[in-house]
Design a protein around this ligand. Sequence first.
Ligand SMILES: [Zn+2]
Ligand SMILES: [Zn+2]
Length: 762
Amino acid sequence: MIKYNSKEVEEKWKKYWEKEKIYKFNGKSKKPVFSIDTPPPTVSGKMHMGHAFSYAQEDFIVRFQRMFTGNVFYPFGTDDNGLPTERLVERLNKVKSKQMLREKFIDLCLKTLKKITPEFIKDWKDLGISADYDVCYSTIDRNSQRISQKSFIELYNKSEVYKKEFPTIWCPACQTSIAQAELEDKDFDALFSTLKFKCDDKDLLIATTRPELLGACVAIFVHPDDKRYKKLIGKKAKVPLFNHEVPIIQDKSAEIEKGTGVLMVCSYGDKFDVDAINRHKLKPRIVLNKDGSLNLGNYEGLGIKGARKKILEDLKQADLIKQQKQIAHVVNVHDKCGTAIEFLETEQWFIKILDKKKKFVEQGKKINWHPKFMYKRYGNWVRGLEWDWSISRERHFGIPIPVWYCNECKKTILPDEKELPVDPLQTKKKCSCGGQAIPEEKVLDTWATSSLTPEITSSLINNKVQTPYSLRPQAHDIIRTWAFYTVVKSWLHKKKLPWKNVMVSGFVRLRGEKMSKSKGNVVEPQKVMSEFGSDALRFWAAGSRLGEDVDYQEKDLIAGKKFITKLFNASKFVFMNLKNYKPKKIKLLETDRLFLSKLNKLIEICTESFKNYEYSKVKLEASNFFWHLFCDNYLEVVKKRVYNGTKQEKESAFFTLYNSLLIILKLMAPITPFIAEEIYQNFFKKTQKHRSIHVSEWPKKIKISQNKEDLKLFDEIIKFNSFVWKKKKEKSISLRDEISGIKVPKNLIKFEKDLIATHNII
Ligand SMILES: [Zn+2]
Ligand SMILES: [Zn+2]
């Protein structure tokens, strides 16, 4: 037998699909469109295993819908407006973005991306992701810039965007403001020091992990019910080492039980401080520079850690520390660099979201989340929001905020829509008062653009498909960013949902650990595809339910490869006997009718499962059916009839073999598209009208008479087969050998002829 060569076969059909434009979106079709808001991967290297896993899962659903509804809009894009692309372009071109004009650097990015993107996308094509690659965007291309800037202007005109000087979450390493959604919790060891403040010349003890902020202390809080400190309220306390005086204020936020019960309020230790200072209208003392260094006396220029160390030494020398202990505590860090964040007063642009939290929760509830529990992550996140969405970044690379400020009348000037995209740094503007316009230097946060992916892809096909799209596929770690912000933008612009369904994939692990380069436990999908085939990789990705994390295990790939080989060999066997078969209506034999009623049940299960995003159930049911019912039992039962039967017996078997194999192929086509195409083109193309199995119709139940008992009865046949095979094994005779002393049970008497032939019963 010829061996199945996955490499050759997959390469062949990949080229065919591309050449024949099998996955091209048909804007003229009258059929309802199933539209996908495809996640744009970041061009920063190669596809990794997590990509392969989640994109395969999304493709299962898309391929099913293409066959089921007949019209799919599945665009593709890349996300290139963030740090990874900036670094990549710098590395490839040996430049530094900050030493270039922003406009020139973006041009260089676009040129570089044009060169490297096809190679990058190749991995997705290799995996069989059935997107329409002709509808392709980059989040930094001119069209995306235009749409992103237009969104900003529209929201500005609706007063949904505002600029404010405000203590915002700041990453001192990246030197930019960041959003709440970019924070992660990290455990740190810290020294908890109880310090001696002075009030009325007596010690007032306050415990803190952040002595470097003593210079920024602006008040002391005690609880109004705390008897120990009642008499101090209204007095002033002297800050150790820095010796400035701060008011002692009663405030319920000071917890009597916590530490010494006295709280120091600094500008700004955390979000609490920001609120406290606003609430009591205190004057902030700013001690931190943008790079996280101190701007204060002896400590000027020291970084946070250095300053902390020096201040603790000085406190110790001045005998201002009462007690110290080591504690572990959770700190907010920037998710991109792991640096502990600070709060700095800077001027930033925000989108108003806090005033619409309820609305966004409501909108989220209207979306069908797959799996359902993923909604919780969305809901919890929105309810817990404490900040408006900060959309400006101090970075050099990115989509410019399209704004100028008049240096005379201080007016904010925005461009006309027809000027977009615009880089204010490169475009001179005059104010209507005659004053010079000063350009805004900041750029938009990447999410401010990727939250518009439905608008971007819609614009590429003359808005023939509009929101709400049918589906947003994505990973769970970006529910609070990509999913949430897209809901926000869609509501603010159109009062609509961006999509009807969200499917959320899990992560891939290796022996329980997240794959990462730094841990050295990375398995590359390119290697796996070349060794086992893309179908096998997809077969593995179909093995876990949507939203579940999965452990990568080679045995699953081997199982996939086995299934594919078996499918290939079984088809060859079937068509050896069906050479010039043409499908036609015939009178079915009872065994065949029974088997087809089992097949009808399978179609029902698989269709419902795919509709509910339960592709893993389809894989399980269809592959089990194929191995067990089709190969192990049905093929064995009809073999003799196929070789030696009467005309009617043969015709009934041919009809059943032809249709059941075609249906099994179609049910598995979304999961293992290459082998399905190979078998379809080799054996079914002559008698089926479609250019590809992937644009053929989803199988419908075969019209046969059916009654309740059918399904159970076929199970009885399977049971009987197993029984005979076991007997033969016990007698150490081959399955083909004659056997005597066995009676076909009464309830199977209608199938006696097939069963006697199958087992060679004498
Ligand atoms: Zn950072
Ligand atoms: Zn002016």
